[in-house]
Design a protein around this ligand. Structure first.
Ligand SMILES: [Zn+2]
Length: 428
């Protein structure tokens, strides 16, 4: 009887482990590393609750990753990307240098030594923090021009996505210097997925071009960043973030397609550099209920709302009813309760009055954001039964999903510096 129980236990616990993984024996030749900037676990869960099935959430291997840096429990993208790209903890704003400002060796150096191609793809600029950690060395992530020069002098084979920030400086134009090594939209970032026009390329389109360009017998390492999940979460714009995560997953699907053709040679890793927004799935007035479907009524991002509507309100100062009618159409916020209307009215007046009129409480509620935009998004989130605690990053651990050759190396709970260590380990 004991033997039978042992046998049953074996089937329950051991067989699934060995049969469900698709880990090959060799060394991965084609490595995709996806970084969802600011993509916390709750944002991933919310995306699925909103009805979007994320392919990476079905990967066999899962890890939990801490993200603190040398300055704070709450990291920024520069130091977090540096930790993942080099295995070195560093200070906030430092990119590609350790806490003393010393240059670090990166995954780019490691893979170029192996004669593999290195590609970077991002919906943020070439010289923005996350891609920069793979080629630049600077104590300030905001020295965009210097970082851009580092790209031009680096061994990175190809970048695709958004263009350069601050492309002009004393040594010439960064686009001219980068030449054929970049394929960009010429802007500082790609459009939000929710606002993207049909002729504009998506993150997945840029990744596809990069794979085509870098595919060879020598193999490649491609880091692909969903860089604007973070922007949406900074503004506590839940639905824009959901659509960014969906677009990010469309890029993951390009890697999965490649994996389908090269299953014994490919490794796919999906992770995040930190959580942004302190997104929580629950809100007092909705008690034990969530209504993520109400988020789907949103038609444009916070960014387009501000550039196309709020700017007009500030100029023409229409009465509240006209503003509320736009808000009902654009965000599905109709049938306002008296309380909701009061909140929107207050935020509209405050937006027109400017920061000079802020109370201490207003600074807590709106920080440096536009009060009307914040209040609209906040009401929508609250109706959905969710909430955000901050406009900044948080110290919440993030997820890591892995599939393919030696994916099981990435199971467990660890620090973000181990991502570098583990990638080097499986590739050596
Ligand atoms: Zn951020």
């Amino acid at each position: 009887m004991k033997k039978i129980i042992a046998l049953i236990l074996c089937f329950i616990f051991i067989l699934p482990l060995s049969s469900c993984n698709d880990v090959g024996e060799g060394t991965p030749k084609y490595i995709f590393m996806f970084v969802g900037d600011g993509m916390g676990m709750n944002a991933v869960a919310l995306t699925e609750y909103a009805g979007i099935d994320l392919s990476f959430n079905d990967f066999d291997t899962f890890g939990s990753v801490t993200t603190h840096n040398l300055s704070s429990e709450i990291t920024d993208s520069a130091s977090s990307a540096t930790a993942m790209a080099s295995g070195e903890k560093t200070k906030s704003h430092y990119v590609g240098v350790d806490g003393n400002g010393k240059k670090v060796k990166t995954l780019t150096d490691f893979f170029k030594k192996k004669n593999m191609k290195v590609g970077l793809v991002s919906s943020q600029a070439v010289n923005h923090a996350t891609p920069a950690a793979f080629y630049a060395h600077n104590e300030s992530r905001y020295n965009y021009y210097e970082i851009g020069l580092d790209f031009c002098e680096s061994k990175v084979d190809f970048f695709a996505g958004a263009g350069f920030l601050e492309p002009d400086g004393d040594k010439g134009n960064l686009y001219d210097m980068a030449g054929e090594r970049i394929l960009t939209n010429g802007e500082g970032f790609l459009p939000f997925e929710i606002d993207r026009k049909p002729h504009e390329k998506s993150l997945a389109d840029y990744l596809e071009e990069t794979v085509k360009k870098l595919y060879s017998e020598e193999g490649f390492f491609i880091m692909c960043e969903g860089g604007r999940i973070d922007s949406a979460c900074h503004m506590n714009d839940a639905y824009t973030a959901i659509r960014e995560i969906e677009a990010f997953d469309e890029a993951v699907k390009i890697a999965l397609e490649f994996y389908g053709e090269h299953p014994d040679e490919t490794l796919i890793i999906v992770t995040a550099d930190h959580e942004t927004g302190g997104l929580t799935l629950g809100y007092n007035p909705t008690e034990y209920e969530m209504y993520p479907e109400v988020l789907l009524n949103q038609k444009i991002s916070y960014s387009r709302f501000e550039s196309e509507y709020v700017s007009v309100y500030l100029e023409k100062k229409p009465d509240l009813e006209a503003v509320l009618s736009d808000i009902a159409y654009l965000f599905g916020l109709s049938d306002l309760t008296a309380y909701e209307k009061e909140l929107l009215s207050y935020a509209y007046e405050l937006t027109k009055a400017g920061t000079g009129a802020y109370t201490k409480r207003d600074w807590v509620d709106f920080s440096d954001k536009t009060p009307l935009t914040v209040q609209v998004l906040r009401l929508l989130s609250h109706r959905a039964g969710i909430d955000f605690t901050t406009f900044y990053h948080t110290a919440s651990p993030v997820g890591l999903w892995a599939k393919g050759v030696k994916a099981d190396t990435f199971a467990g709970a660890y620090d973000n510096t181990y991502i570098y260590e583990k990638i080097v380990e499986v590739s050596s």
